[in-house]
Ligand binder design. Structure first.
Ligand SMILES: C[S@@+](CC[C@H](N)C(=O)[O-])C[C@H]1O[C@@H](n2cnc3c(N)ncnc32)[C@H](O)[C@@H]1O
Length: 225
């Protein structure tokens, strides 16, 4: 599968880290919350799915409870920046240019931020959750920070309004914010969080949303020990 952040978000990769903060409500708190939930299980190996420029991996590697982080991504330009950013962590950071649609190897935790919305259907996302469950060691976690949207139109519109308000407060015009949503909809799918939690629980995870800021949230799914 090929994907280019420069084309999809219409953001220069060098500007990604500043721009994503303007796009995403609570971006830094979201990453910190996700990293804390992963660190809580003291994982030897974490796989960061759709790691981009490595912001979540950096939050993970900054915690002494976390061993090695393998960054997976299909965008070589994003991974190039992640390599430079994480050089200080030496061989605790590993880089694999590969899709999260391919087979997973055994690990103690999966982490993802703003990447699994690239999966177009609940069925396909559930299949990834199932593969993650099989690959995780007992007691391991899948922590997913991302946007979710309800199906009910008014509730959905209210969350898009909250999202747009964050972007306006970050200096983006309301019209431009709406244009971004329209453009992102070509590739992004924001599923209802309750549907995702139900899939995770059916697979065998203990799952809950532990943090939220409007449409953005952090889901922690734990494989029983
Ligand atoms: C919006 S960026 C998020 C990057 C980073 N996790 C963050 O929070 O800033 C989404 C990332 O997911 C990656 N991506 C999209 N589809 C993918 C796939 N099938 N396999 C691996 N990475 C993928 C993109 O290349 C991009 O780097």
């Amino acid at each position: 599968m090929s994907h280019s952040v420069r084309r999809h978000l219409r953001v220069d990769v060098a500007a990604y880290d500043a721009t994503i903060r303007r796009f995403i409500p609570g971006y830094v708190s979201m990453l910190e919350t996700a990293a804390e939930a992963v660190a809580a299980v003291k994982p030897g190996l974490v796989v960061d799915l759709g790691a981009g420029t490595g912001a979540l991996s950096e939050a993970l590697l900054s915690r002494s409870e976390v061993g090695t982080v393998e960054l997976l991504d299909v965008d070589a330009q994003m991974m190039h920046r992640a390599r430079a950013r994480l050089e200080v962590f030496g061989d605790r950071a590993r880089f694999t240019l590969r899709s999260f649609d391919e087979a997973f190897s055994p690990c103690d935790a999966f982490a993802a931020s703003l990447s699994l919305h690239h999966i177009p259907t609940l069925e396909a996302k559930s299949a990834l959750f199932e593969r993650a469950f099989q690959a995780l060691s007992p007691g391991g976690v899948l922590v997913n920070a991302d946007a979710n949207m309800p199906t009910e139109p008014r509730a959905r519109e209210r969350l898009f309004d909250m999202w747009a308000a964050h972007m306006v407060a970050s200096g983006i015009t309301a019209k431009r914010a709406r244009q971004h949503f329209e453009h992102w909809a070509n590739e992004d799918t924001y599923l209802p969080v309750d549907a995702e939690l139900a899939e995770l629980r059916t697979i065998g995870f203990e799952a809950e949303r532990v943090w939220e800021r409007g449409p953005i949230g952090v889901v922690v799914a734990r494989k029983p020990a």
